[in-house]
Design a protein around this ligand. Structure first.
Ligand SMILES: [Zn+2]
Length: 250
């Protein structure tokens, strides 16, 4: 079962790579099948096996020999590990909802890192799917009714909290401290995890982001404070910590 969940996670990771590449370019996510970004040739199924193909092909396209970004196997491996962790932590069938949630966060984080934008459609998807799956989402409550209300209130708190920070930050610093994308993202996260988690994740994300900025400043010996940083990866790490480390199971 552990191996199966790892393999399933790898397959999702492979799909995550497709989403990360295609959503910002507004390409169809279903058709055409996988192709090499440099020579546009279709990738054969046997060259498209997560992790394995990357190793066998020595990180190069079979047709044009162009290097394949290390991001692809990293995302696959990350999804594989998240799948195993979700399975170990929540068991079946409960693991499905948290894993799906983390899978979308991986896609959002990678797109944010590469393009500094969080695609609205992914945040709206999180909000809609979070509310729709809430009756079965035991992370937000014990009974069906509390789950649904906690999900709705959680989404609202995420939205209001980040919007407040955005408005106050604008007043104090005279420039946006957050992107509008972060507000919608936190709304979606609230729908999956509830109000309490929204506050905790914001705190965790700020803590990790500050640590990261200090670390970078030391390494690069340059002042980085006040520079724009992509927030989605830190929020996502906060969500993973909340789900796997500190959240008492009901
Ligand atoms: Zn190629």
């Amino acid at each position: 079962m552990l191996i199966l969940s790892f393999l399933l996670g790898l397959a999702f990771g492979s799909f995550a790579n497709v989403l990360i590449y295609r959503i910002p370019k507004k390409l169809s996510i279903i058709y055409p099948f996988s192709f090499c970004p440099s020579c546009r040739n279709n990738i054969r199924w046997y060259d498209n096996i997560p992790l394995v193909s990357y190793v066998l092909l020595n990180g190069k396209c079979r047709v044009c020999g162009e290097g394949i970004s290390l991001v692809y196997p990293t995302v696959e491996l990350l999804c594989g590990l998240l799948s195993v962790l979700s399975y170990l932590r929540f068991g079946l069938p409960y693991a499905v909802i948290p894993f799906h949630f983390l899978f979308i966060l991986v896609v959002i984080s990678m797109i944010d890192i590469q393009t500094t934008e969080i695609p609205d459609e992914l945040s709206y998807y999180l909000i809609a799917s979070g509310i729709l799956t809430s009756p079965f989402n035991f992370v937000v409550g014990k009974e069906t009714f509390t789950r649904i209300t906690n999900s709705l209130i959680g989404g609202l708190s995420g939205f209001v909290l980040l919007l407040t920070i955005l408005i106050i930050g604008q007043k104090i610093f005279n420039k946006p401290v957050l992107g509008g994308g972060d507000v919608k993202l936190m709304c979606g996260i609230g729908c999956y995890l509830g109000t309490y988690a929204v506050f905790k994740i914001l705190f965790l994300a700020s803590l990790i982001a500050s640590g990261y900025v200090v670390f970078l400043s030391i390494i690069k010996r340059r002042k980085l404070w006040g520079q724009y940083i992509q927030y989605a990866p830190f929020i996502s790490v906060g969500c993973a910590i909340h789900l796997f480390a500190f959240n008492k199971l009901l």
